[in-house]
Design a protein around this ligand. Structure first.
Ligand SMILES: Nc1ncnc2c1ncn2[C@@H]1O[C@H](COP(=O)(O)OP(=O)(O)O)[C@@H](O)[C@H]1O
Ligand SMILES: [Mg+2]
Length: 267
C-alpha cells in the first residue's frame, strides 16, 4: 500500500537520520519498528505521513501516487492517523470532543469552526465504544488515567477512518500490564478493520507477540526485516549494538524475551 524507494532524510543541522531505505508495506500488516533511541524510528514514521520530506528518494501510495504535491499529501494525511506516546489530548475539554478532533480532516477549515454534524458525533461515540470508554464521553480528558487517555487517543485515531495508523512509542509511558492491554486493543482493532499499522516500540517481547513483521533500525539503516520468529538473539544484539549504554539491554534481559502470561494478556 505504501512504498519507500531510496528514501533518505538529513535534517537541516546535518544529521542523517535515515540512510537510503527501500521498503514496501502491505495493506493490513501490523508492523513493529524496533531499534535504540536515536536510530531513526520517529523519522521513518514521519516520512510515512509526509511530516518529514525525504532529502532523496520517494514515498508512493497505491492508488494515489508519489507524495510530492500538497493535494496528495492532504489526501494521504486525511486517511493516516497518528498516535503519540503522550497521546496529545486536550485536557480541559471532554473525551468526546477530543475524539471528534479526528473528524476535522473531513471538513473544510471554515466548516470545522462550527459545531460538527451529528454524524461526526455518532462516529466518535462509536469509536469510544470500541475502546470501552463510551461511558466516559462527557468527562474531562484529564480526569482519565494514563491508560484510558491512550485509549482515547486510539479512539480519536479511529474516528479518522484511517487506512494507515502510525504509532510512535504509543505505550512507552504505561506500566507493563497496561501497555500490553493497550497494544492488544490497537492490534485487534487494526486487524479487525483491515487497518495497516506501523508501531515503534521499545519492548521486544511485545513486538514478538503482536507484529506480523518487525523492522529493526540501527543508526538510520534497516538492519532487520522479517517475521518476529526470525528475530534471534544475534539479530537483537546487532540491532542494539549502537545503543547508548543507558538504553542498551543485553539479549536475554527481561525486556527482550519475557513471554506474557495468558492472564496478563486477557486481563
Ligand atoms: N528535527 C530534528 N532535527 C535535527 N535532528 C533530528 C531531528 N529529529 C531527529 N533528529 C536526529 O535524527 C536521529 C534519529 O532520530 P529519531 O528519528 O527521533 O530516532 P528514534 O525515534 O529512533 O529515537 C537522531 O540522531 C536525532 O538526534
Ligand atoms: Mg522516536
Amino acid at each position: 500500500m505504501i512504498t519507500l524507494s531510496g528514501v533518505s532524510v538529513t535534517y537541516p543541522g546535518g544529521a542523517t537520520a535515515l540512510h537510503p531505505t527501500t521498503l514496501s508495506l502491505s495493506a493490513g500488516q501490523f508492523v513493529v519498528l524496533l531499534g535504540p533511541s536515536g536510530a531513526g524510528k520517529s523519522t521513518l514514521l514521519r516520512t510515512l505521513n509526509g511530516l518529514v520530506r525525504p532529502t532523496a528518494g520517494r514515498v508512493e501510495l497505491d492508488g494515489l501516487g508519489a507524495l510530492d504535491c500538497p493535494r496528495r499529501l492532504r489526501e494521504h494525511r486525511k486517511r493516516t492517523a497518528t498516535i503519540f506516546q503522550q497521546h496529545q489530548l486536550i485536557g480541559h475539554i471532554s473525551v468526546l470532543s477530543n475524539v471528534m478532533l479526528g473528524r476535522l480532516g473531513y471538513h473544510s477549515t471554515w466548516r470545522s469552526l462550527l459545531p460538527l454534524p451529528r454524524r461526526d458525533h455518532l462516529i466518535s461515540l462509536e469509536c469510544l465504544e470500541k475502546v470501552g470508554l463510551a461511558d466516559r464521553a462527557l468527562d474531562r480528558a484529564d480526569a482519565l488515567s494514563g491508560g484510558q487517555q491512550q485509549r482515547v487517543g486510539l479512539a480519536r485515531a479511529l474516528a479518522q477512518h484511517p487506512g494507515l495508523v502510525l504509532a510512535d512509542e504509543p505505550v512507552a509511558s504505561l506500566d507493563p500490564a497496561t501497555a500490553r492491554r493497550a497494544l492488544l486493543l490497537l492490534h485487534d482493532i487494526c486487524k479487525g478493520e483491515g487497518i495497516t499499522a506501523v508501531v515503534s516500540l521499545h519492548q521486544v517481547d511485545l513486538a514478538r507477540q503482536f507484529a506480523d513483521r518487525v523492522i529493526g533500525i540501527s543508526a538510520g539503516r534497516v538492519v532487520f526485516d522479517g517475521p518476529p520468529r526470525e528475530l534471534t538473539e544475534v539479530e537483537l544484539r546487532r540491532l542494539y549494538e549502537h545503543a547508548a549504554p543507558s538504553v542498551r539491554q543485553p539479549p536475554g534481559a527481561a525486556a527482550f524475551s519475557l513471554p506474557p502470561t495468558t492472564a496478563e494478556v486477557r486481563a
